[in-house]
Each structure stands twice: as C-alpha cells, then as structure tokens.
Design a protein around this ligand. Structure first.
Ligand SMILES: [Zn+2]
Length: 57
C-alpha cells in the first residue's frame, strides 16, 4: 500500500498487512508516522508525538 508523508510529501510503501497503531518511518525525511486509519486500501498517517524530548526551552 502506498502512503504519503504529511511532512515532506514523499510517497512510500507500507506492508499490505500493516495495522492501525503501527509506526512507520518516512524514508525521505525520517519522520515517524503512526497508522491512524485504514480504509478501503487507503492508509491515514499521523505524526508520532515523541514524549520526553523537550528542545524548546
Ligand atoms: Zn517525509
């Protein structure tokens, strides 16, 4: 199945048996994405919120 990275727009493949909650990594920008929804062959991704990384202040 093909997915599109919401960050950089790159298209890449995920396994056909991917499940909701699985984390995939964009090969282009390295962003970690969680499978949020699988619907009629379309995979919806959302960025993984990495806890414990406070770079802000
Ligand atoms: Zn990307």
């Amino acid at each position: 199945m093909k997915v599109k990275c919401p960050e950089c727009g790159a298209e890449f493949d995920v396994p056909d048996d991917v499940i909701v909650g699985e984390v995939v990594t964009c090969p282009d920008c390295g962003l970690e994405l969680e499978v949020a929804k699988i619907e009629a062959g379309n995979v919806e991704l959302k960025p993984v919120q990495v806890a414990g990384e406070d770079w802000g202040e």
